[in-house]
Design a binder for this molecule. Structure first.
Ligand code: NDP
Length: 296
């Protein structure tokens, strides 16, 4: 058996197209343009690429993009002052502070200074609490993207056994909360889990968010299961640089019912969901109906 490939690139393009349609309507009907502010402190090359891509895609869907690049030695007070100004700016509906921040800055303090209604990354403690209690929250982008793909593939997720490998605050934990909210029976596995292979074999839905290249082989996958591979690992094989997931794709694709490839699976969904969250934040800020299918 060969699994159906879940094409994250095409899925993300579709999400962006839906966002663009809503943005056009907001402009025409409500005279509103959603705005996303991205704050980058320092010169981390990977972060600069992410921020550039976010800015480009924000403009492509017709939103306003505001980039704030601050020097690496920016003081906490100056960064907090910028966030306060963005919180107060009615043209800004979403604020994202690119992580990681330089070591002298307290990330928790900075993230929790963002107005929760503008916290399009969904990392503010209020949004974490709202998600955990099943209330309307801003949902972290990567797990939201995974949820959209799972709902599209399965329709209802109710009653399915879901195993999330990884318990980080940005992927594993919110993913588990979202699956629970969709009535899956959820197991969260991590580095101390006993007999991880057996735990994974019980999964109808297996989400891998670990950061270890190809650690989940095909014989840990239940036949017919849906495998969502969040991992992004850079390796060198046969003298070539390669991107691989946390799942051993070649063996897993023979067993799974559906699987996301790496690259081209979960990765492209993250920025698409950031744009969806910015649109949602704009609609909520103005008391307008939320875009259907683009929220949790
Ligand atoms: P973290 O390092 O924060 O968390 C990794 C988790 O994996 C931890 O909970 C850890 O357990 C668990 N883990 C580590 N080793 C094992 C093991 N041997 N067996 C079982 N569990 C293990 O990573 P993130 O959640 O931030 O990211 C995970 C992966 O997803 C990375 O490859 C990252 O690059 C990728 N990613 C992709 C995104 C995208 O597609 N856009 C966005 C975000 C992340 P413990 O808590 O016990 O240490």
């Amino acid at each position: 058996m060969s699994a159906k490939l879940i094409d994250g690139k095409a899925f993300a393009a579709n999400v962006r197209a839906q966002v663009a349609t809503h943005v056009t309507r907001l402009k025409e009907v409500n005279d509103l343009i959603p705005g996303l502010a991205v704050v980058l402190v320092g010169e981390d090359p990977a972060s600069e690429v992410y921020v550039r891509n976010k800015g480009k895609q924000t403009l492509e869907v017709g939103m306003n993009s505001y980039e704030h690049k601050l020097p690496a030695d920016t003081s906490e007070a100056d960064l907090l002052a910028l966030i306060a100004a963005l919180n107060a700016d009615p043209a800004v509906h979403g604020i994202l502070v690119q992580l990681p921040l330089p070591g002298h800055l307290n990330s928790d303090l900075v993230i929790n200074a963002i107005d929760p209604a503008k916290d399009v990354d969904g990392f503010h403690i209020s949004n974490v609490g709202l998600l955990g209690t099943g209330q309307k929250a801003m949902v972290p982008c990567t797990p939201l993207g995974c949820l959209m793909m799972l709902r599209d593939h399965h329709g209802s997720l109710s009653g399915l056994n879901a195993v999330v490998v990884g318990r980080s605050n940005i992927v594993g934990k919110p993913m588990a909360q979202l699956l629970l909210a969709d009535s899956c029976t959820v197991t969260i596995a991590h580095s101390r889990t006993k007999d991880l292979a057996a735990v994974c074999r019980g999964a109808d839905i297996l989400v891998a968010a670990v950061g270890r290249p190809e650690m989940i082989p095909g014989d840990w996958v239940k036949p017919g299961a849906t495998v969502i591979d969040v991992g992004i690992n850079r390796i060198e094989r046969d003298g070539k640089k390669k991107l691989v997931g946390d799942v051993e794709f070649a063996s897993a694709v023979e067993v799974a019912g559906a699987i996301t490839p790496v690259p081209g699976g979960v990765g492209p969904m993250t920025i698409a969901c950031l744009l969806a969250n910015t649109l949602t934040a704009c609609c909520r800020a103005h008391g307008l109906p939320e875009p259907e299918g683009l929220t949790a």
